[in-house]
Design a protein around this ligand. Structure first.
Ligand code: ASP
Length: 357
């Protein structure tokens, strides 16, 4: 059934995204675009939020990030344009970012304290409210695919560790040797954080189990939220978690309602940031609930949760979200968030820093 069509993309939706009148490509200059014939669709992605400053970025690295963000979002956009499912667009888009060493997900996952990689992911389907998640997997090439497999072909919502990998083997999900996740950049980050921590701990033994560098030990989680032409919403998130994490720590990314949420009645959301705060604030579900029960717009709901709630607790990070009418939010309270959005017209917006031009 053709859905009643509203404004496809409002310029105000774009500029409300984390105050990010940002690096744009093909950005529309029209205040509002309407299309009364075609059903709308759209896709929005993030590649992590954090202390991402232009002064710390080389031109070539910035270009590399923008290229992979564009490549990933175009994959999902094509699926949606061709009439495909939001969930297929989400997983295919995330696969591109998981396969890139640039992001803290799949190939580029960060290292644990023990110099291993433990990956988390989740997906949610807004039509059925079905969901799937995996936590602490060490041999899954694309954890988002396993999360989807849990949703589609198991009786469960979340599987963890070795059990999740046994399930993956029975379902033909691609496994890799843990060595696959070695990247020099992430390994050096671990060494750097351990060194900083050692210096700090020498001064104060009491902080032995509190990592003073935890705030800067997470970057590059990936996520996607999509609306398809049938009016279905879906979201997914994939991460390596936090550098130097211990004790099988699990963050928000595989927690439905914290890292990922989708409901056709409201919106689809993927989170990135300091996971402990995102779990406590139930960020993704809260945004949906503010829309569903209070009638807030996706941008207002996202702003409220990221700035007032997460920020109020002392946490940091961001979200991307899309609502059932194709409006998007890309909200964050950090210095930057890798992000991109494409609407039904094919207008592409890519951003990294807060107010970068
Ligand atoms: N939210 C992730 C975690 O806490 C990290 C991130 O998004 O950067 O595991």
């Amino acid at each position: 059934m053709i859905r009643k069509f509203f404004a496809v993309l409002t310029f105000s939706a774009l500029i409300s995204c984390g105050n990010n009148a940002d690096s744009t490509q093909n950005q529309t200059s029209e205040a509002t675009k309407t299309n009364t014939e075609q059903p709308t669709f759209g896709i929005v992605i993030h590649g992590g939020a954090g202390t991402i400053l232009k002064k710390n970025m080389t031109d070539s690295l910035e270009t590399a990030y923008k290229e992979i963000l564009e490549k990933a979002i175009r994959v999902g956009h094509k699926i949606l344009e061709d009439g495909g499912d939001a969930m297929d667009a989400v997983t295919a888009t995330i696969n591109v970012m998981e396969d890139s060493p640039l992001f803290n997900a799949g190939k580029g996952a960060v290292f644990t304290h023990e110099e291993t990689n433990e990956l988390d992911a989740s997906v949610m389907d807004g039509k059925t409210l079905n969901a799937g998640a995996v936590a602490g997997v060490t041999r899954i090439k694309n954890p988002i695919d396993l999360a989807r497999e849990v949703m589609d072909n198991s009786d469960h919502v979340m599987l963890a560790g070795k059990g999740a990998e046994i399930f993956a083997e029975t379902r033909g999900i691609a496994l890799v040797d843990p060595e696959y996740f070695f990247t020099e950049r992430r390994y050096n980050s671990l060494l750097r954080i351990k060194e900083q921590q050692k210096t700090q701990l020498d001064h104060d033994e009491k902080t032995a189990f509190v990592d003073p560098f935890i705030k800067d030990s997470k970057f590059g989680t990936v996520g996607c939220a999509a609306l398809d032409k049938n009016g279905n919403l879906a979201a997914g998130t994939s991460t390596g978690g936090m550098t130097n994490k211990r004790w099988n720590r699990i963050g928000d990314a595989p927690i439905i309602g914290a890292g990922t949420y989708a409901n056709n009645a409201s919106c689809a959301v993927s989170s990135t940031g300091w996971g402990e705060y995102f779990i406590r604030a139930m960020v993704a579900h809260d945004i949906s609930a503010l829309m569903e029960y209070k009638g807030m717009s996706v941008q207002d709901a996202a702003r409220t949760v990221i700035h007032d709630k997460v920020g109020g607790l002392g946490g940091d990070g961001g979200i991307v979200a899309i609502d059932k009418d194709g409006n998007v939010a890309m909200e964050f309270n950090t210095a930057g968030m890798y992000r991109a959005h494409m609407n039904a017209n094919g207008d592409l917006v890519i951003g990294i820093y807060e107010n970068q031009q």
